[in-house]
Structures are given as C-alpha cells and as structure tokens.
Design a protein around this ligand. Structure first.
Ligand SMILES: [Zn+2]
Length: 312
C-alpha cells in the first residue's frame, strides 16, 4: 500500500501503523508528528495515548471501541500535545486485538492513521453478596423505571467534550480509601451470577464527604433504582466519573466542579448491602478499574506505550 508520506518509524508486531488516507498527490507542508499508545494492555485497565508535534495540528480524534474521542491540543511534548485516557470495560470487551485510529489535521490535510492494540486477559476474583430479593430480580413494575434510567445514564456516558479538565493522578473521592469491593469482581447476588462489578466500592459511613477526583462539569444527577442518589461528572475527552448510593447531592446539572470540591455525602441509597460509595471511572463509554490511576500519572502511563513518528 502507498504510504502517502506517512512513514512508520517502527513497525513492530501488533503496533504497526498504516495510513488509510492516500489521496494527496502533492506532499503537504508538514512537520514531525508522533503517536504514543501501548502495544498491549490488560482488559479492564486504563491506558494513556498521545499525539505530539513540533508544529500546529488541529482536531485530533481517536476512534477506540467504536467511539470517537475528541482530544485537546495543548502546549507541551514536542511543541504541541494531546492527551487521551482510554480503556476497556470488563463486562463488554473480550481480550484480543483491536484497531485504534488516530486522526488530525495538519495544514489542509486530514490524516487517518491506524494502529493495533492487544488487550490481554486479566483475572478478576468473584464475590458472593446478599441483597434484598427485589434488587436481584426487580418487580415487573420497576422495569420501565430501570429502562428509562438506563437510557438517561447512557446518554450522559456518551458526553464528549474536547477541553481537558482531568489531571493525573486524580484526587481521592474519600479522605480514607478502604476498598470493600474491587473492580472486576464477578458478583453472585443471592446465589445468582450477575455482570462483574464495573467500579470500586469504598467503605463510607452515611454522611461522609465525597470529593471530585477531577475538575469537570456535572452532567447528570438523579435518584436511580440501582444506583440510588447519583452524580455524573464530565472532565473532558470522554473521562467521566460516577458516584452512587449517596445520601446528599451538593451539586446540580451544569455546575462546574474543581478537583477536590465537596460534591456529595455518601449514603446507602439504591441496591446496596450496606452504606458505601460506589466510585466509577468511565473512559469514552468504558468503565475501567479506577484504582491504579491514583498511583500514577498520564506521563508515567505514556512511558509504557510505544512512541512512533508518523510524519517528518
Ligand atoms: Zn459498587
């Protein structure tokens, strides 16, 4: 295939790059552009990607797992840089090879560059839980409510804003972080298997202060059948945090929140076995394990990726 001026610096196994846009007969004005993404990563875990260039580029977009992720362009890296945080939801994505598509505009040309990533299997344990039987098999009467709430939260989780408001590591949502149920736990409610846990449960007495781990904008609050009183915060580039089973919500839809701002008091509303905070991290539609990010940064995650020069 003709490579139209896009030459991969490295062609290594699953991470080989391929230009999919080959129409320009005249080589456009261009400067060096590098893409960074991991060659392989564990399913359920967050990973970082970046685009960086020594000159201006516009409208960077990454397509991952069927979703277009709009990135910001900031000063840094080789001159300009765009950061992305992506991942895979253990409930929806199987280990295997997946395409990752980078797009950006430089000069008058839109570039489309396709890479491949391998998602490795990762073992998550299982746990047995006892809850009120109406919460395992909801009554027929509750089904329309559950369906409506799932539509509303689905729309919120499709929010995509270009401005990056997230920074890493995030702040802690609770001042004491004691995990009671890990991400990925295969859950057996009253003897019946259900989808794995897509968040982390943290021990919290009713009334404990809940703080926003990232700056962002409140995109949804509600009192839902399973989640109880809940908050969804958009921090840009598809990074959305969720807080369930609250007793008090201190923000409303449209509010801007700062990193570390008190947004709620924890509680015991919705499907629970006892008071706790259910803290979820959604990356472009994928709920990932939120915990490892507390101990690292996007810069450190990028070091585990492969940097490739795609234009020069
Ligand atoms: Zn939970």
């Amino acid at each position: 295939m003709k490579m139209c001026g896009i030459r991969p610096l490295l062609r290594l196994g699953a991470a080989a790059l391929l230009c999919t846009f080959c129409v320009a007969p005249v080589r456009p004005v261009q400067a060096a552009v590098w893409l960074t993404f991991p060659e392989s990563w564990d399913v359920g875990q967050a990973f970082a990607v970046s685009v960086t260039a020594d000159t201006d580029y516009k409208d960077p977009v990454i397509t991952w797992q069927g979703r277009k992720v709009t990135l910001d362009v900031e000063q840094g890296g080789a001159g300009k840089i765009s950061y992305g945080l992506l991942g895979s939801d253990i409930r929806r994505i199987k280990p295997g090879n997946y395409p990752i598509l980078f797009e950006f505009t430089q000069g008058k040309q839109r570039y489309h560059i396709k890479g491949n990533m391998t998602l490795n299997p990762k073992k998550y344990p299982s746990e047995k839980l006892k809850v009120a039987s109406r919460m395992v098999n909801p009554s027929k009467k509750s089904l329309p409510r559950i369906k409506k709430e799932s539509q509303i939260t689905g729309v919120a989780l499709r929010t995509m804003t270009a401005k990056r408001k997230w920074t890493t590591p995030p702040g802690f949502p609770l001042s004491r972080m004691h995990i009671t149920s890990h991400y990925g736990f295969h859950r057996i409610f009253n003897g019946q298997p259900r989808a794995p846990h897509a968040a982390t449960d943290l021990r919290a007495a009713v009334g404990t202060a809940v703080r926003a781990p990232f700056a962002g904008t409140v995109i949804l609050t509600g009192n839902h059948y399973y989640a109880g009183k809940s908050i969804y915060v958009d921090s840009g580039n598809g990074v959305i945090t969720v807080f369930f089973h609250l007793s008090q919500i201190k923000v409303k839809k449209g509010d801007r929140v700062a990193r570390g701002q008190l947004i709620a008091r924890s509680g015991d509303t919705g499907r629970i076995t006892g008071p706790h905070l259910h803290y979820g991290l959604n990356l472009a539609g994928q709920f990932v394990d939120p915990m490892p990010l507390f101990e690292t940064s996007v810069t450190n995650l990028l070091k585990k990726g492969r940097q490739m020069k795609v234009l020069d």
